[in-house]
Design a protein around this ligand. Structure first.
Ligand SMILES: CC(C)(COP(=O)(O)OP(=O)(O)OC[C@H]1O[C@@H](n2cnc3c(N)ncnc32)[C@H](O)[C@@H]1OP(=O)(O)O)[C@@H](O)C(=O)NCCC(=O)NCCS
Length: 199
């Protein structure tokens, strides 16, 4: 099932090629066959970004273990594609430019998110988190929690702008997003887009 933008870019087919930064990414939930494209995205993150994302040092083997069977571990994994969303005989999917992983059960889920460094500050992380809230709210999820290391200015500013509560510990920072607030922003944005497209 596809979420998010109505316009996806087909850059460089049949093999996806890197393209200039823009916000025309296609969003959808991950399936197992996306693992190589997700791994490529995580490998492109700097060592510092990986520490901020996982609150740990992640080498090549650890990243590989992390993405194995990414679509079937439970929870929700949203991917932002800069190219074909679905595999066909002529198109390969990807590349994946951003990943939001949400794991957990019940009213709370834990978020891990990353965006390709060249595409940051285009609102992609915000859009992914809001879209995740829209998908999760009907399942009874009320809180999305995330953990990062102190000094992660990008994430903490982005989270504050989404109305999240930030609690700084000595070794870790806990960020609590309210799903209702995120979902309202999602719906406002979609209504705004529909208005603009209808003009
Ligand atoms: C944190 C991260 C996901 C943010 O992704 P992003 O797509 O750039 O975030 P957004 O564009 O939605 O940011 C929204 C707002 O947050 C703030 N922000 C984001 N990055 C910022 C930065 N480097 N410096 C200051 N403010 C920043 C800005 O206010 C921005 O809006 P603006 O550009 O209109 O001012 C990205 O930097 C990343 O992948 N970091 C490495 C992994 C990580 O730290 N993950 C988080 C812990 S799980």
């Amino acid at each position: 099932m596809a979420f998010g933008y109505p316009h996806m870019s087909f850059i460089g087919y049949p093999v996806p090629l890197p393209c200039a930064g823009h916000s025309g990414l296609g969003l959808r939930a991950a399936v197992d066959s996306d693992s190589p494209a997700v791994l490529d995205h995580l490998r492109r993150l700097s060592a510092e970004d990986r520490r901020m994302r996982f609150c740990a040092t992640m080498g090549a083997a650890a990243l590989e273990r992390h993405v194995e069977r990414i679509g079937s571990r439970g929870g929700v994994v949203l991917l932002a594609f800069d190219g074909p969303l679905f595999e066909t005989p002529f198109f390969r999917t990807g590349p994946v430019r951003a990943v939001a992983e949400l794991v957990g059960t019940g009213r709370e889920m834990e978020l891990g998110i990353s965006v390709d460094s060249g595409l940051r500050r285009n609102g992609i992380a915000t859009e992914l988190v809001e879209t995740a809230a829209h998908v999760l709210a009907p399942r009874g999820v009320r809180i999305i929690r995330a953990y990062t290391l102190p000094g992660n200015r990008s994430f903490l500013t982005m989270a504050s702008r989404c109305g999240a509560a930030v609690e700084a510990g000595r070794d870790e920072v806990e960020v609590t997003f309210d799903v209702g607030t995120l979902r309202r922003s999602y719906l406002r944005r979609r209504a705004g887009n529909a208005f603009l497209l209808g003009k």
